[in-house]
Design a protein around this ligand. Sequence first.
Ligand code: NDP
Length: 451
Amino acid sequence: MTQNFNAQINAFMKDVQSRNPNEPEFIQAVQEVAESVIPFIEENPKYKAAKILERIVEAERTLMFRVSWTRDDGNVEVNRGYRVEFNSALGPYKGGLRFHPSVNLSVLKFLGFEQIFKNSLTTLPLGGGKGGADFNPKGKSDSEVMRFCQAFMTELSRHIGPNTDVPAGDIGVGGREIGYMFGQYKRIRNEFTGVLTGKGRNWGGSLIRPEATGYGTVYFAKEMLITKKESFKNKNVVISGSGNVAQYAAEKVINFGGTVLTMSDSSGYIYDPEGINSEKLDFIKEIKNIKRARISEYVKRYTTAKFNAGATPWSVSCHVALPCATQNELHENDATLLINNGVMCIAEGANMPCTPEAIEAFHSAKLLFSPGKAANAGGVATSGLEMSQNSLRMSWTSEEVDEKLHNIMVDIHATCVKYGTQENGFVDYVKGANLGGFVKVADAMLDQGIV
Ligand code: NDP
């Protein structure tokens, strides 16, 4: 990057920082995109004249609202709900809802901003948005979760709709929460429409949607490995998280002949030197999805495995690393450990799990590294397929959806290679994803005038 572009990037970021104070996650996400896109804009002045980048970093609409609900013991609780409707140039706002105590405006703006480029990469007609609440579902009874979801949807229902904004799940929002929110939307609006994705299979949900983000991440990583004439067969794979994305990433890795050595949650990680096979993975699904318990339960049944409290799994030697838990969970020192232990490929199943310094370390070592906005786009892509099925009032088979998902991931990989290949042949997937995602949104914004 030339000095000239650095000056432009710094000036742009200074302005973004002053307009969005105290929002470190959002600034981090914008910085990464600005570094890829500003040199491109300088060479394509039509985007500069229309101030496309300045407009893209400003959400079209940001909603914040009170969510009051009652505990089983009669105590009243108050949470804060959000929906950031970031960009609708390509279609209705689309992106998940996150229920986690760490949710704040910065986190949701970073996620909504990333979603614009991710959704563009899928080639489906989807705008970008994100929402959620600082509600912690852990330790809450089923009826408390239901009352919270109903209170949340009572306000959100005014702002969403199948042609306006179609939320899905994210951390803390799975099939149970989507069901409760859909029920409340239907009660308030008196209409059965595809207003949420990730719905139950017998009432409008798509087959393969629960699997899609994890499967898609592994399909993407497989394409990355193919560029080095490698595959998942006999590769050791370290995975963080044990939620929706991590579970199905592990399932597909096992399916492709790899060995999954670790999974984790916010209490620590388990390391199974013999590998987590399908039967053991079923037990993890039971622990996390049915018992809603901690990952440490695993070592009580599989005693050759070890539980490491309060730690992340990046010190375990592996060929492939799939961070699938949360943002900024893999730091520079973790990247150094992984590199020294021989990692060849890192694909982000979570959103922004690697810090900028960790990504820099992977790039300096010339490793295969793909950002979440490309590698985990299979989830939203399959949500897009769920919307299509709802509009057509039909459902495709698992095989049909899985094949479409696989093709979409192969195409996103090709887009990253197209926009990210450097003169020396190295593929910068960060640049590839940012530029590939940007161009389509930017052109749509040019076509739609100054709005
Ligand atoms: P889940 O709630 O199903 O699982 C989240 C997992 O990450 C759990 O194991 C959780 O542990 C762990 N985790 C959450 N927060 C932290 C933290 N602060 N520190 C350590 N571990 C943590 O969420 P998903 O699997 O759906 O989402 C995981 C990631 O993937 C997120 O970044 C999400 O934005 C991204 N993503 C999800 C998509 C989807 O379709 N679901 C689509 C695209 C991206 P614990 O159980 O202890 O909380």
